[in-house]
Design a protein around this ligand. Structure first.
Ligand code: PEP
Ligand code: MN
Length: 274
């Protein structure tokens, strides 16, 4: 146990929970932090409608991507810097902390200039050059697990960011690939308490990208909170049917506010607040 390869991320080197503070938001404390917003920034009207809805329902962080790592080069790739400008504007307008994905080492400084938290997505979990740049960027980071990565590889990826001088890493567990085609990336509830045993870093869960299906997001979120997750990442879109990516999993604003109401008692049942 003492010879774990992830030194800085390990609970052994740091027995206390790490709380990542971003403006007035603390990830890893008593309060469950909900990060919500559209899969991708598509327009100012779309992003602002989502931001307003998630703020009113109690989310504290706006999630939205301006750079999309898509399986097909012909799919919508995101609005790039124009999208970053809209995320910054929406964060200011609605009083939300902002986060977004960075997919390219060449964009890290640019992205860090617009948002509060940098996200490394599942497909880049082992992009070591990107992890190192994110480690140097001077902003907290959300690191998602790779779709076929082990927990040890996940923690070693966090170690890459931390070893460049960035202790503010939030792990986001978003499930892994399995043989079951009806659930995109099954989220193993056991991974959450196991991660919390092995590391002091905060752990959030992403039931949207795990399930890929609107109706499963609420139940899997409740499971993640019950299992000890410190927060959730949830996709919300004013018109999910018209979304340019991830149509099937994005919640409508009304569904999201109902979701937040239902989450409160679950959080309190496990000694947390929402
Ligand atoms: C996302 O959160 O926008 C995303 C693409 O998720 P993942 O990297 O987990 O697939
Ligand atoms: Mn998405």
């Amino acid at each position: 146990m003492s010879d774990v390869p992830y030194k800085l991320a390990s609970r052994i080197s740091h027995p206390e929970n790490t709380i990542v503070k971003v403006k007035d938001v603390e990830v890893g404390g008593k309060k469950i932090v909900v990060m919500a917003g559209p899969c991708a920034v598509e327009s100012e009207a779309q992003l602002f409608a989502a931001a307003k809805a998630v703020k009113e329902a109690g989310a504290s962080v706006l999630r939205a991507s301006a750079y999309k790592p898509r399986s097909s080069p012909y799919s919508f790739q995101g609005l790039g810097e124009d999208g970053l400008k809209l995320i910054k504007k929406a964060g200011q307008e609605f009083g939300l902390v902002t986060e977004t994905e960075v997919v390219d080492t060449r964009d890290v400084t640019l992205v860090a200039g617009y948002v509060d938290v940098l996200r490394v997505g599942a497909r880049n979990m082992q992009n070591f050059a990107l992890l190192k740049e994110v480690g140097k960027a001077g902003k907290p980071a959300i690191l998602k697990n790779g779709i076929a990565s082990t927990i040890e590889e996940f923690l070693l990826a966090a170690e890459y960011i931390m070893s460049e001088g960035n202790p503010n890493v939030i792990l986001c567990y978003r499930g892994i690939k399995s043989f079951e085609p009806k659930i995109r990336f099954p989220l193993d509830a056991a991974a959450i308490p196991l991660l919390k045993e092995l590391t002091h870093l905060p752990v959030i869960a992403d039931p949207s990208h795990s399930t890929g299906k609107q109706s499963l997001v609420g139940p899997v979120s409740k499971a993640a909170i019950s299992a000890g997750a410190d927060g959730l990442m949830i996709e919300v879109h004013p018109r999910p049917g018209e979304a340019k990516s991830d149509k099937a999993q994005q919640l409508l604003p009304a569904q999201f506010s109902k979701f937040m109401e239902e989450l409160g008692p679950v959080a309190r049942a496990v000694g947390r607040e929402l």
